[in-house]
Each structure stands twice: as structure tokens, then as C-alpha cells.
Ligand binder design. Structure first.
Ligand SMILES: [Zn+2]
Length: 364
């Protein structure tokens, strides 16, 4: 190795006592070097602009909860239609990232009622292409053939966000606010093999922020039902601590089924992290009345705004009591992991390229 060649090719210049090597700068400011510096400066400027524009990437986004729709499907499909229309029409304005239905799609699991629910909900895919959504069977939906015909994996063929299914449960992936998320839809009364499957999905996607969407989990008066306890901490083949308690990437649970009152509570998992559990079910409020749950993830303000809205009920479009409208405080980076800043990634890339160019010039 001839280091003298380096010195010969890159004579020092007076830079106020610093050598060009110390500054990792090329040997002069003339000709190609000036172009090099211009390129680096322009790249840095682009990085800073990217950093500013990344504020838009962290804009609030919304996950829509569609609680038990059994009475709407059976008696008032116009209510369900108003919900689907609102979701489609407000996808952009609400920055809707996912639509999660909590089961009890039908009151009686007949082909007719499944056909009504399926025809309405699949309008999400036909009218809002690419918007991910998921359902699961509640206790009213147990005609397995009818459920699979209406909402089984073949109905989601070709949707890139559809992850897969086991028994009557399924999972989806979506990206929002700079993060990738996992939604696992766990059927009513899940067997241990169903929960083992859900664990295998989490194991295959380590660290991805995960929401469990299910039917019977919380009681209206607080606390979990026996089925909720099974989902929370029932011992699994791949995880003795259970699906929610034993996986710190699970930060939220959505559920329905119990209709006397909504409920929300925060449980603590094995790692000491909060899990935000939310029950909503309006089946006995004018048969559902078109009420949706809006979970607005506002990363800038470290909060999830929860509201309850009906596009059908013009008299009382919002339920504003404290059980239906509240904020969940969450430091997104602390709970879900840090998303690398685009500016920093970009500056590292520019620095790397500059070093490579410098080294190539030195060696060459
Ligand atoms: Zn139910």
C-alpha cells in the first residue's frame, strides 16, 4: 500500500489549521470538487425537506370499529349501508387505515343474512380499493359453512393486506403513520389451537405493533369475561403467558358482544406495558343505529382519540359521554418502538456516499 500516493494526489490546503483529510474534504474547491460539494449540499437540503414532509407521514390516522351489526343486518340494513358509505366517503378525510368489525355479523346465521352482511361489507373493497378490513364470527354467526362462504379466505383472494386464516379466525397487515401493524381477528369461543395459531402469527412477525380484534372479551361493568381471560393469558403451546399478557407487541384489544354499556380499561402485560382494551356494542341502541367507533391515532400529541359516531342518526350523531368519547394517552415511540427519522436516514446515506466517493478517489 502506497500512502504517499494519497498525499501526492491530495495535497493539503490551508483550511485554518485543519487538513482536508481531517475534514474528509477533497483536495481543492475547484472544478469537479466544487461539483462534489454542491452535490452534497443539495443532498443535505433534500434530506431536510424530506424531514419536513415526514410530518405529513405522521398525520393522525383512524381505525374504524364496527361493533355488533346483527340487528342492522336482520332488520335495518340501511343502517349498515350508511356505515359503509360513510367509511368509503371519509377514507381520505379521516385517513382511515383499517376497518375492524367485532363479530355478530348476523342475528340468525342464515344464507340470507350472511349475504346481506357480506354484500354490504365487501363494498369497502369495491368502493375503497386497498383499504384493509377484517371480521370474525360472533356467537350469532355459527353456521360455519355460511360464514366461510361469506367471509372465508377465498373472498379476500388477491388482497395484499390479507395475511391468512385458521379455522374462522384471520389476520391482516396495514401500514399507517410510518409503522406497520398487525390485526388478528380471533373468533368467538376460540379453541387453544386457534390461539396457538394467533401466537404463531405474532411469532412470525416479531415486534410489529398488534391489535387483537375479537367478540367476547370485556364485561360491560369492567373486567374481562372468562373468554377474555383465556385470550388474555391462557397458556399456549408457544407461549405459557398467553396471547395478550405474554406478547408485549399486543397493545390494544377491540371487542363487542356485551351491550349494556361500553367499557374501556388498561391492563398491564408481563413486560409491564399497557394494553388498551375497548368494548363497544350498540345492538340494543335502536338496533345499532349506525354507530361506529373511531380510534384516531394522533402520534404528534401522544394520544388515541376515541369517539362514537353514527352517519345514520341525524339527531344524535355523536355519543359524547365519557364511556363513548375519551382519550387514551400513549407515547407511540415508547410503546410501539421508534421509527427512524427520514432526515437522519437520509443524512446517513448522503454521508456514506460522500465517504465512498472520497475513498474511491483516494484509492484510485
Ligand atoms: Zn354476541
Amino acid at each position: 500500500m502506497n500512502t504517499m500516493t494519497v498525499t501526492t494526489e491530495h495535497p493539503k490546503f490551508d483550511a485554518g489549521g485543519f487538513s482536508t483529510d481531517a475534514l474528509w474534504l477533497p483536495s481543492s474547491f475547484g472544478g469537479a470538487t466544487s461539483k462534489f460539494l454542491s452535490l452534497v449540499l443539495i443532498s443535505v437540503a433534500v434530506c431536510l425537506v424530506m424531514g419536513v414532509s415526514s410530518v405529513h407521514a405522521a398525520s393522525p390516522f383512524t381505525i374504524i370499529g364496527v361493533p355488533d351489526i346483527e340487528n342492522e343486518t336482520q332488520d335495518y340494513p340501511v343502517m349498515l349501508q350508511s356505515q359503509v358509505d360513510w367509511i368509503v366517503n371519509n377514507r381520505a378525510s379521516q385517513n382511515i387505515a383499517f376497518v375492524a368489525q367485532q363479530g355478530d355479523l348476523t342475528s340468525l346465521p342464515t344464507t340470507d343474512q350472511f349475504s346481506t352482511a357480506s354484500n354490504k361489507l365487501f363494498q369497502i373493497s369495491s368502493s375503497a380499493p386497498g383499504l384493509p378490513w377484517g371480521v370474525l364470527p360472533g356467537n350469532h354467526d355459527f353456521d360455519r359453512v355460511n360464514y366461510i362462504n361469506a367471509f372465508g379466505p377465498s373472498k379476500f383472494a388477491g388482497q395484499s393486506w390479507y395475511g391468512g386464516a385458521y379455522n374462522d379466525s384471520s389476520y391482516q397487515t396495514f401500514a399507517a403513520g410510518g409503522r406497520n401493524y398487525l390485526m388478528i381477528d380471533v373468533e368467538y369461543n376460540p379453541s387453544v389451537s386457534v390461539l396457538d395459531w394467533a401466537q404463531s402469527v405474532i411469532t412470525a412477525n416479531p415486534g410489529i405493533p398488534t391489535i387483537i380484534n375479537t367478540h367476547d372479551y370485556l364485561n360491560s361493568t369492567g373486567g374481562r369475561s372468562s373468554m377474555g381471560d383465556l385470550i388474555f393469558s391462557g397458556a399456549l403451546t408457544g407461549n405459557p403467558d398467553g396471547l395478550v399478557y405474554g406478547n408485549s407487541q399486543v397493545f390494544m384489544v377491540l371487542c363487542g358482544h356485551n351491550f349494556s354499556s361500553p367499557w374501556n380499561q388498561t391492563s398491564i402485560d408481563k413486560a409491564g406495558q399497557p394494553v388498551f382494551e375497548n368494548l363497544a356494542d350498540y345492538q340494543n341502541t335502536n338496533s345499532g343505529d349506525g354507530y361506529l367507533r373511531l380510534y384516531q391515532f394522533d402520534e404528534t400529541n401522544s394520544v388515541i382519540h376515541v369517539s362514537t359516531y353514527s352517519p345514520y342518526d341525524a339527531t344524535t350523531p355523536y355519543l359524547t359521554d365519557s364511556l363513548n368519547q375519551f382519550d387514551i394517552s400513549m407515547d407511540f415511540n415508547a410503546r410501539l418502538g421508534v421509527v427512524p427519522e427520514p432526515t437522519i436516514l437520509c443524512l446517513l446515506a448522503v454521508g456514506g456516499v460522500a465517504l465512498l466517493m472520497r475513498r474511491r478517489k483516494v484509492v484510485g
